[in-house]
Design a binder for this molecule. Structure first.
Ligand SMILES: *Cc1c(COP(=O)(O)O)cnc(C)c1O
Length: 416
């Protein structure tokens, strides 16, 4: 075996292609070796400013001392012991998330269950809502979600996801799922009735390109759930963990959901997901209904506790709001001079830049060549989900480069 120091990226791609199942196609041709702060370094020693943060996961950037230290300490003490037993990292994390969720549940603490990913958190939320009505002897068959949503890749969450490409190849799917156009109040109102078990929504659709729900739509979703008794499940896997300038985006919308889900940033890079339910909704699960071997293990919970410690010490939620405001203002100023930018969407450090031409994939590669990592959604949207620890100076440097790259594209320079 060759060590990767002596290997070119094309050799790495060739080896990967032989052994890694072709789920990702041709990836970005970079082999990432290490990270520090908001920078990632590849196997050839190039530095990149990370504006996508492992898709909203690396909320503390890379190599954060508090997180690294907590993981190392917990790894030496206890990595796993099964959910047969109690352990303090899990209890502490559940208490803290229960507290963070108080504004969502009219001041009551939520009840928490841990899994290992976003999809598992949503899967548990869906099971909880179904079980809630089953336990009352009145099963409700229907789940309503929005088109262009993304809720995960298990069979149930892929079926709830409102994009056929994620579910079609895997039919037959769990049944009872109805998709309605996003931000269409009349369609949502018409779709929800007393046979509806749950309405599942993202408040800002992330994977489909950073599309915020209107306030009226979110409020109607809550109102129809109250009217019909359906459970309101807000998927905060991408919008949660302070990303939008509030710990939960539901707070920005002044919503009172029944169940929320978290994952992505929760462990700062260590896999963990959480379902947080109101005390009433939590009654859906009774012992034996649900479980997880790895879910809520001490290592993942210690990591998440360290993430929350950093949030509290570094005021990262407020910071996400302020930095998001600052960078969005700069992007809007750029949009006024640069006709290639059509719209800036999002909240806090969850930002979508919509272009008037299909330039997003080429622009993303151009930005990589200048040392900036972003995400392209489809052909005309660039997505930013940087660590919440990113500095104003780093964001400003990115906007300067974006301006230069767009200038290059509009004058045909990028073809040289
Ligand atoms: C990423 C994401 C998921 C799925 O999370 P995984 O950890 O990839 O399973 C679900 N919902 C939303 C809104 C997401 O952004």
């Amino acid at each position: 075996m060759q060590s990767n120091e002596s290997m070119s990226i094309s050799q790495i791609i060739e080896r990967d292609h032989k052994v890694y199942l072709n789920a990702f196609g041709q990836r970005t041709p970079l082999c990432i070796e290490r990270g520090e702060g908001c920078c990632l370094y590849d196997s050839e020693g190039h530095a990149y400013l990370d504006l996508i943060g492992g898709i909203a996961v690396n909320v503390l950037g890379h190599g954060h001392p508090g997180l690294t230290e907590a993981i190392c300490r917990q790894a030496a003490q206890l990595i796993h012991c099964s959910n047969y037993y109690y352990q303090m990292p899990q209890l502490r994390l559940a208490e803290r998330l229960s507290d963070y969720a108080k504004p969502l549940f009219s001041g009551q603490g939520g009840l928490v269950f841990f899994g290992n990913s976003g999809a598992e958190a949503n899967e548990a939320a869906i099971k909880l809502a179904r079980a809630y009505f089953h336990k009352q002897g009145q099963p409700r068959p229907r789940i309503v979600s929005a088109r262009q949503s993304f809720h995960g890749r298990t069979l149930a969450t892929a079926a709830v996801t409102g994009q056929p490409r994620y579910s079609d190849p895997f039919a037959p799917l769990p049944s009872g799922i109805v998709h309605v156009p996003f931000n269409d109040i009349a369609a949502l109102q018409a779709a929800v009735d007393t046979t509806t078990c749950a309405v599942v929504l993202e408040l800002i659709q992330g994977e489909s390109g950073v599309h915020p729900a209107t306030a009226a739509y979110a409020q109607l979703a809550e109102a129809v759930c109250r009217e019909t008794g359906a459970q309101l499940i807000i998927d905060e896997i991408q919008t949660g963990m302070g990303r939008t300038g509030a710990f939960f985006a539901s707070e920005r919308y002044q919503l009172t959901p029944d169940i929320v889900t978290l994952a992505k940033g929760l462990g700062g890079g260590v896999p963990i997901g959480a379902v947080i339910a109101s005390p009433d909704s939590a009654a859906g699960f009774t012992p034996g209904d649900h479980g997880s071997t790895f879910g809520g293990n001490p290592l993942a919970c210690a990591a998440a506790n360290a993430v929350l410690d950093a949030y509290e010490a570094e005021q990262l939620v407020a910071r996400a709001g302020q930095l998001g405001q600052a960078v969005t203002t700069r992007l809007q100023q750029l949009a006024q001079k640069q006709p290639l930018i059509q719209e800036i969407r999002g909240a806090g450090l969850m930002i979508g830049i919509e272009f008037s031409a299909e330039i997003a994939p080429a622009l993303r590669m151009n930005l990589i060549s200048h040392g900036y990592l972003t995400g392209a959604v489809g052909t005309s949207t660039l997505r930013l989900l940087p660590p919440l620890t990113i500095s104003r100076e780093e964001l400003d440097r990115f906007v300067d480069q974006l301006a230069a790259s767009l200038e290059g594209i509009s004058t045909g320079e990028e073809n040289k």
